[in-house]
Design a protein around this ligand. Structure first.
Ligand code: SAM
Length: 347
């Protein structure tokens, strides 16, 4: 249960201060942080199995409300948390007086991440899942830090935010306006004051000179054309466009890290083949590595994959440019909350 009144530093983030629904979502996340909330998001398939195992019952704790996304009775939640969800218009009213949250919260390391409710069927659903965890592990062991970081297709922003303490300036882009909202809220929850989030295709409105650019593009052939999943033709078009957009924005010593799915046909990796000329032309060193040989076997039932004779979907990393080993930690002073004069250090 929540026992203390949180200091509300929302006024430090102008993008939230002028958006009451977003400020309410921020408050919900902040209250969960104060409860030491922890939840690891699993794949939709695993989620479905666990929901079936739980049956039609109502949620019994915060993880079941905001992680497993079960219906719940209003009395389960502390009053302030329930009020924040109402204020954020984040609740569905169900029969028999039960409620369901339209949003979920997960954790990665010590950070809390706001993302879309289960199941993520809407075209503008905001993705967070096992791929994000794998992407973050790759990034944290690859990128030491520097002045400027760009994430193209940032979704919740969880990946770039996991590196934020290593960079002075962090720019996130996404084509999905809902993702941009959630990424701003997540940046505030992470206490990152050097983050800018832009709604744009690729990085069209962004100036170059980045020490690092990262991307985990959509890479599935998705009949429902969800922005977080639909990778275009054979699931690789968006990845290719992101790399093409990123290369000119890299500083001379910069590093691009792409994490993606790659369709394999008769032993040939179609993403690797399509990227090769672009990477050669960049004149930068590049490493291509298969991280997992077969991740989304279930999706191969899609007739488009059958027609194209795709035999497996691998997960790969593409690292372009130089990487350095020792992580850098950005120096900064604690942010001061201005409205009530009390100091508040970010976790
Ligand atoms: C698989 S999700 C990954 C999200 C996040 N990077 C992560 O790792 O959790 C792909 C993201 O790319 C975004 N996206 C798709 N097409 C895009 C485009 N043309 N420009 C910018 N973002 C795009 C989607 O909206 C989605 O948020």
């Amino acid at each position: 249960m929540i026992t203390s009144t949180p200091v509300l530093p929302v006024m430090l983030f102008p993008a939230l201060a002028n958006a009451p629904l977003d400020a309410a979502l921020f408050l919900a996340g902040r209250l969960l942080q104060l409860c030491d909330y922890r939840f690891t998001t699993v794949t939709p398939d695993t989620h479905a199995v666990i929901l079936k195992r739980m049956g039609p019952r109502a949620a019994r704790d915060l993880c079941e409300v905001f992680g497993w996304n079960l219906p719940f009775h209003a009395g389960l939640l502390p009053h302030r948390l329930l009020a924040a969800l109402h204020a954020a218009d984040a609740l569905d009213m169900l029969p028999e007086g039960r409620l369901r949250s339209r949003i979920r919260f997960s954790t990665i390391g010590s950070r809390i991440v706001l993302h879309s409710g289960y199941p993520t069927r809407e075209r503008d659903a905001v993705f967070f899942g096992p791929d994000t965890y794998r992407f973050v592990h790759l990034l944290r062991r690859t990128l030491a830090g520097g002045a400027r970081l760009l994430e193209i297709g940032a979704g919740t922003g969880a990946a770039a935010l996991s590196l934020a303490e290593r960079y002075d300036e962090v720019v996130l882009t996404d084509i999905n306006a809902q993702a941009v909202r959630y990424a701003r809220i997540n940046a505030a929850l992470a206490g990152c004051d050097q983050v800018q989030v832009l709604c744009t295709d690729l990085a069209t409105t962004v100036d170059g000179g980045f020490d690092a650019i990262i991307a985990n593009p959509p890479f599935i052939i998705d009949a429902e054309h969800r922005l977080y999943r639909d990778g275009g033709e054979l699931g690789i078009t968006v990845a290719l466009r992101m790399v093409e957009a990123a290369l000119p924005l890299l500083a001379p010593d910069g590093c691009l890290v792409l994490y993606s799915g790659a369709p394999v046909v008769a032993g040939r990796d179609l993403l690797a083949d399509a990227l090769a000329p672009m990477l050669r032309a960049s004149g930068r060193p590049a490493q291509y590595e298969e991280l997992d040989v077969d991740v989304f076997g279930g999706d191969l039932a899609n007739p488009v994959y059958s027609q194209a004779q795709v035999e497996r979907l691998a997960v790969v990393s593409v690292i372009v440019g130089n990487t350095t080993a020792a992580p850098r930690v950005r120096q900064r002073s604690p942010v001061k909350a201005q409205a009530n004069g009390s100091a508040w250090c970010w976790p």
